[in-house]
Design a protein around this ligand. Structure first.
Ligand SMILES: [Zn+2]
Length: 385
């Protein structure tokens, strides 16, 4: 084996052991060896290294039955911290996340939609420093910054290829933010990191195939397979918002007609509503529906039907064990989940698959992207360390 390959194997093994303890602690060395298929010697060596570096807690425990003592391993949650950032058109959210994805502290900051990428990154750097100082976070424990945003992201190079919401094209985010802050930067699509967070800490804990759907200013999805983000060749797997539903439909912001998201997302719903009467916000539209205005009832019913259709298509395509609904529409109007399930599942979700998946609302809601971005940054750190 070449030196380079050996190093790679070592890093992979280290990460595997680390993840195993993180996800299944308290756990014994023997159990790690059994579950990972690694030799007990390799496991012991890695555990020794991680303990020395302050990541692990060792505790003696007498196992039931045999009365034999075994050492169980746990995590020191605060031994590793990462900063998780969510970027949106008009807002930035920044949080400090520990090893288990717990939010240590967080803050929300406005973003001017017209500002340049450079200005946004400067603001992130300044806000992060302020947050860290305000909460007296030990800066030496921060292993990196993760950024989640809407758009197509080259996650390996850390480049935002295209984001309609941010108005960015080919922004070398990782490189620029690293220069500003000195930290290692991980960048990814927001729904991908959110799905990662839900699978580790939220509504899909224990799931081995999670599909997360986002209904908000856009429509998208993400798939987590055995704890890993499914990416496709250019990290754009899951962009279902631009699947074509009606070739004769209305124009989408992407330049095509009849994309799925034109029936569901907030701006499309508002654009349709304004053909009837002036409606400024999505809340107003839902109030009109509540008041029984027929056009509003129909417009939202159509959106819910397309949500059910989306769920059916995703379930048919991937056969997930969990489907999680998230996004601004779901956060603001949580009853949507029950309505879609009760009113439209029997009509639109294929019968043999109807009971094959758990259907839930996002548990982490507004914190999901920050937590997922922080965890992504930590994963990157452990893979490289
Ligand atoms: Zn489109």
């Amino acid at each position: 084996m070449k030196k380079h390959d050996q190093d790679f194997m070592k890093r992979q093994n280290r990460l595997t052991v680390f993840e195993m303890i993180k996800n299944h602690h308290p756990i014994s060395r023997a159990s790690i060896a059994k579950r990972t298929g690694m030799s007990p010697t390799t496991v012991s060596r890695i555990v020794g290294e991680l303990t020395e570096q302050g990541y692990l807690l060792n505790s003696e425990q007498v196992s039931a039955g045999l009365g034999r003592k075994s050492t169980l391993l746990g995590m020191v949650n605060a031994s590793v911290l990462a900063v998780g950032v969510e970027l949106d058109r008009t807002r930035m959210s920044i949080g400090v996340v520990d090893l288990q994805g717990n939010m240590v502290c967080s803050g929300k900051y406005p973003r001017v939609p017209e500002e340049s990428a450079e200005q946004t990154l400067m603001h992130i750097g300044a806000a992060m420093e302020e947050l860290v100082q305000q909460h007296t976070i030990d800066r030496t424990r921060i292993v990196g910054i993760g950024v989640g945003l809407p758009g197509i992201v080259d996650n390996e190079k850390g480049v935002v290829l295209f984001s309609v919401q941010l108005g960015w094209r080919n922004v070398a985010l990782a490189e620029q933010l690293k220069e500003l802050t000195g930290f290692e930067i991980a960048v990814d699509n927001e729904l991908k990191v959110k799905a990662l967070a839900e699978q580790l800490k939220g509504a899909a804990v224990g799931s081995s195939c999670t599909a997360l759907l986002g209904f908000g200013n856009g429509v998208g999805s993400a798939l987590i397979l055995d704890g890993e983000i499914y990416r496709g060749v250019m990290n754009s797997a899951g962009e279902i918002g631009h699947t074509t539903v009606d070739p004769n439909g209305t124009m989408c912001e992407c330049g095509k007609t009849g994309c799925l998201q034109t029936y569901i997302n907030i701006s499309s719903l508002l654009a349709e509503a304004n053909r009837i009467r002036p409606v400024g916000t999505i809340e107003e539209l839902f109030e009109a529906r509540q008041a029984g205005e027929r056009w509003a009832v129909q417009l939202i019913e159509r959106a819910l039907i397309y949500m059910a259709i989306t769920i059916n298509n995703v379930v048919c395509m991937y056969n997930p064990d969990s489907v999680i609904l998230s996004g601004e529409l779901i956060d603001k109007f949580p009853d949507i989940c029950d309505e879609v399930e009760q009113l439209y599942f029997s009509r639109f979700v294929w019968e043999p698959l109807r009971a094959s998946f758990a259907f839930r609302r996002s548990m982490l809601s507004e914190e999901g992207v920050m937590i997922g971005s922080g965890l992504l940054s930590q994963n990157r750190f452990f893979a490289l360390a």
